[in-house]
Design a binder for this molecule. Structure first.
Ligand code: NAP
Length: 333
């Protein structure tokens, strides 16, 4: 592992001038005291230079390789299309660079395993950028569930949809790892596993596929041990909405915007019998909190709160749902 140059700061690079990087993660990186954003790479040098000039980033590269080979880079953020997460994570590991990789970690659980093995071999950290988990509304929800506030959780309903109106978006391209399940279905699946603290044993799904072969809408049921179920849905063809409802033997908790509440205060509704209370959580930037947690693990050499094996387990469930949805379509043909 390349140790950070001093104990205070992690020097970051960004691979690709992706929308998520430009709009959320780079501004967040620049607000984290323990992070120094030193380089950005794009396949197009002008794009890299524009982003570098806009954000005051010292170095701009015309290839991801050059950035990874720069000895001034300790860690990279990878916001590339899903099919490129594995190859560039493995390249980063080979260069001795820590990786914060966008969700979903990989195309499937096997690929996730290869990424984990490459990072372990080079002794670099790997984390999946599921920022939503660092938001205090999720921390508080987990505390409420674990304290028994709603009894034993039995059913989780989670959803995430939006209208994907850009015809050339990478999410429509099967070769780049497109599809609603990988893009947004991964959130409710992750939330269900997180809240139950368990892995599902079966998955059943149905989906509508585009002519190009990616799922544009998917609905699924996951069965967890001990009579626990999760109902998840995701879509590129429905209005922007997201939700998480946790139903326990003594009540329920509902989150209005569980995955990206933005910078507005978040609300949790907790219901027990006739009693209903709304908890308002002050606004928080979950991208900043995620980067702080990653930096803290690197600088203090503490284990990550969410190890990459959790991402691999999430991929396993996405694989199960995808296989079931495909089987349903093939059965009909
Ligand atoms: N955590 C979150 O809140 C969140 C939100 C949105 C997206 N994401 C994740 O972030 C990743 C990127 O999403 P995005 O919406 O930001 O995508 P995007 O705007 O399309 O950016 C992807 C970037 O990848 C690079 N790239 C390399 N090879 C490419 C290829 N063959 N085709 C297209 N682009 C290529 C491009 O950068 P250069 O041309 O500069 O090299 C491009 O700007 C995805 O994994 C997605 O799931 C996460």
């Amino acid at each position: 592992m390349q140790p950070p140059p001093n104990k205070e700061v992690v020097r970051w690079g960004v691979l690709g001038a992706a929308r998520i990087a430009i709009h959320h993660v780079i501004p967040a990186l620049q607000q984290v005291a323990s992070a120094e954003l030193v380089a950005i790479a794009s396949r197009d040098l002008d794009k890299a230079k524009d982003a570098a000039a806009h954000f005051g980033i010292p170095k701009a590269f015309s290839s991801y390789e050059e950035l990874l080979d720069d000895p001034d880079v300790d860690a990279v953020y990878i916001p590339l299309p899903n099919s490129l997460h594995a190859p560039w994570t493995i390249r980063a590991a080979e260069a001795g660079v820590h990786v914060l990789c966008e969700k979903p970690l990989a195309l499937d659980a096997t690929e996730a395993g290869e990424m984990i093995a490459a990072c372990r071999q080079r002794n670099v950290q790997l984390a999946e950028a599921f920022m939503y988990r660092y938001h205090p509304q999720i921390v508080q929800t987990l505390e409420l569930v674990r304290s028994g506030e709603i009894g034993a959780p039995r059913i989780i309903r989670g959803n995430f949809s939006f209208e994907l109106n850009r015809p050339d978006d990478v999410r429509w391209d099967p070769a780049l790892g497109g599809g609603a399940l990988l893009d947004v279905g991964c959130y409710p699946v992750n939330a269900a596993r997180l809240v139950f603290g368990a892995e599902p044993v079966t998955a059943l799904a149905a989906a509508t596929f585009t002519k190009g072969g990616v799922d544009e809408t998917l609905a699924g049921v996951l069965t967890f041990p001990d009579e626990r179920y999760a109902l998840v849905d995701c879509s590129f063809r429905l209005p922007f909405r997201q939700g998480l409802e946790i139903v326990g033997t003594a009540g329920r908790i509902a989150l209005a915007w569980p995955y990206n509440p933005g910078l507005k205060p978040a609300t949790l509704t907790v219901t027990r019998g006739e009693d209903e209370r709304t908890i308002t959580i002050p606004s928080a930037n979950n991208y900043i909190l995620m980067i702080e947690a990653f930096d803290d693990a690197l600088l203090s050499r503490r284990p990550l709160a969410y190890p990459p094996e959790d991402a691999q387990a999430n991929m396993r469930v996405l694989d199960m749902l995808a296989a079931s949805a495909r089987q349903a379509v093939e059965g009909k043909a």
